[in-house]
Write a protein that binds this ligand. Sequence first.
Ligand code: GLC
Length: 540
Amino acid sequence: MSWWQEAVIYQIYPRSFYDSNGDGVGDLQGIIDKLDYLNGKPDSLGIDAIWLSPINPSPMFDFGYDISDYEGIDSVFGDMKTFKLLLKEAHKRKIRIILDLVINHTSHLHPWFIESRSSKDNKKRDWYIWKDPVNGKEPNKWLGSFGGKAWEFDEKTGQYYYHAFLKEQPDLNWRNPEVRKAVFKMIKFWLDLGVDGFRLDVVNYYIKDEQLRNNPVNIFKGVRPYDWQYHIYDRNRPETHEIIKGFRKLLNSYKDRMSVGEVFQEPPGTAELPAAYYGEKNDELHMAFNFSFLYSKWNAGSFMKSVLESEKFHPGTHWPNYTLSNHDQPRHYYRYRRRDESVQRAKIAAMLLLTLRGTPFLYYGEEIGMTCERIPKDKIQDPVGKKYWPFHPGRDGARLPMSWNNGEKAGFTTGEPWLPLVFNHKEVNVQNQAGDASSLFEFYRKLIALRKKTKSLRLGDFQSLESEPKQIMAYTRTLGKEKILILLNFENKPAIFPLQIGKTGKQSEILFSTHGRKIVPFESPEIQLEPYEGIIAKIG
Ligand code: GLC
């Protein structure tokens, strides 16, 4: 097994984690300062790897997802020296570092694009996707994910360039071998520095249809006109897989490096599409994000459906993964909030995430139950929020500063935080929860520790005990002779579950429980669970 299969991975949105210099924006030194919180001390959270959202120089039209220099560090985050120190200090604590690789597009201020834009015969012209107008208009009807057309007219040279996101994010032309060469050289640069892996941003966007065919119209209408098309020609083109194979070969020439791709798709985000990016011979990405939980309703049946689907598409050596929250979607604490039951729900969700077969990805702050709030209009930073206000809250709500303590600025900064502290940071913060046995933070910490010391929880086979549950999710994880039973009650009312798991009762041992339960009554034919009760028990 490889390290990333056994790891718990923690996503940090660097602007919002910890600000070490008082400019209101989180930075690399801030992450170094908080490494002990993450791992290496007896009271650390215990995660094994950090995925950092982009830290390269960027004009920040999309907060780092628009890179203008692939081999540098943006000064708002620090410098290369600090990055190397972060690598060293993280590795010392057995934390690996995964970087965000944003190579579908660059910033419009990247020197490659500046050159490409300068004239039609510039040698980098073909590094981006330039097309002549058709009947005086855009070459086709493709739209930008962040609104408007996907084509921007360039007065100077009389052609359009393609951008899947903002016009400040021109797409690279991945059909051009020189682009591949330049990007792979840059990837090598980071591998040589010792980074442990990459998260590949919108990896399913790299190649677009050569004939620029229009997408069929979609009857499902989301908020964005972008959702009114089936994206079969501007995403998931078959030629993409060749590029990923080349990338994987490069990774394989180094020891112990991993990759996880963002395969963007609309809700419900099933596991089928991302699974295709592992490659038919497991020779593409190590993993591609399974986003089904991001869209799952709060009920046992919906989560079980996602898990069974993921199991189906990841048999044998295919390795699943799960994630409840990230920087692009409202946090799950917020999505699943309900009166005074939100913390109990967050605990059940954590128990699920950390007992499944597959790598769990946590998002900073979920371990303390950070929520989302709407940002006042004049404080909105996210381009999506700005464009679609008030119909779309944007992504700022999920990117609020980490809540460290109950000080005025949540212990995040001494300056003016880049996003306002519009949430309940005085109640919900690390200081209030660390050491409090009943807190969500301690709950995560103990679960992660349990996963770490229980091999079957990390590597065991998954077996559901009821494939269409109404209220209780029940499943086992088995490795050799070790068998673990997991029971999760998703509702605020008691429920009975039949114990159809054979006569293993005498050996049963509770490993973890939300309600301090001491025994599972295997001698009786059923068990009654309390409202929102979760149990992890060894049954063999
Ligand atoms: C991905 C990122 C998102 C970014 C977009 C464009 O979806 O997760 O944050 O805006 O790509 O790079």
